[in-house]
Write a protein that binds this ligand. Sequence first.
Ligand code: NAP
Length: 277
Amino acid sequence: MARAMKYAIGFIGAGRMASALIRGLIQRGVCDAGEIVACARSEAGRERASRELGVAALASAAEVAASADVLVLAVKPKDVPALFEAEGLSLEPRHLLISIAAGIRTDTLMSYVPDSRVVRVMPNHCCAVLEGAAGYARGNAGEGDLEIVEKIFSATGLAVEVAEGDMDAVTGVSGSSPAFMYMFARGIADAGVAAGLSEEAALRLAAQSLVGAGRMLLESGKTPERLVDDVCSPGGTTAEGVKALAAGGFEGLVSKAVDASIRRSIEMSLSARAPKR
Ligand SMILES: NC(=O)c1ccc[n+]([C@@H]2O[C@H](COP(=O)([O-])OP(=O)(O)OC[C@H]3O[C@@H](n4cnc5c(N)ncnc54)[C@H](OP(=O)(O)O)[C@@H]3O)[C@@H](O)[C@H]2O)c1
């Protein structure tokens, strides 16, 4: 294939996660839309990528790989084997493959693309509002590659390097946990509505309280316990609520939920098909 135009970053897949990352890169000024290429199988997917994101949209991963050295693998995990087996996508030493496919281990990815460098990232869907939390494992990548990964994922939130063996824990702690926060917000808002607030006011107040509490944790340098103490005055309103949560085993229940996600992630990684070659 003739060498195509060079782009700074190529996205293999142009779905929800790729779109969120692309928006972040553009909004934060890391790249211009004109420096990004993506692919989707369907005409509708390509049309959406070029209309909504302004990026070049191609029909195959091979064309994206011919057009960019830095590749973000953003297809569903179940579609990954077909890319490298049925479609025969092969990468070269110039390529850095940054995979966000959940549950596909770095060594599995490395055996698909033995000649290129691989980094595995677990982002979460809050990157759509530039408040994502991503953990990444460096695979066989070098420091320069990790700077690129940091740049891409810091544009949409927080990026933290972890060991490959900790990626399942990242999946539970930040990949899945936004869903738990939404359930928490629902519980808070329902009580607000029962006490007379409108659904809209209750949800907005609950949501902003989650945002604010997250920022307090990130920026105050205080532990969760210390922050709870800061909010509770003895005999006050918050202390009553905290007592009710403790009586219901709230923290243990939340830990059980995260643990269930981690265990499911381990199961999925183990059952991810090993490459044939
Ligand atoms: N969603 C989350 O919260 C989240 C969090 C962490 C990680 N992830 C990971 O992010 C990845 C993407 O998830 P998503 O929710 O963005 O999926 P999605 O919306 O279904 O997007 C998948 C994209 O890949 C394209 N695609 C699939 N096979 C292809 C192929 N052979 N050649 C070219 N393009 C192909 C699809 O094109 P068509 O639509 O045209 O078929 C679509 O544009 C997954 O691996 C998931 O594990 C997701």
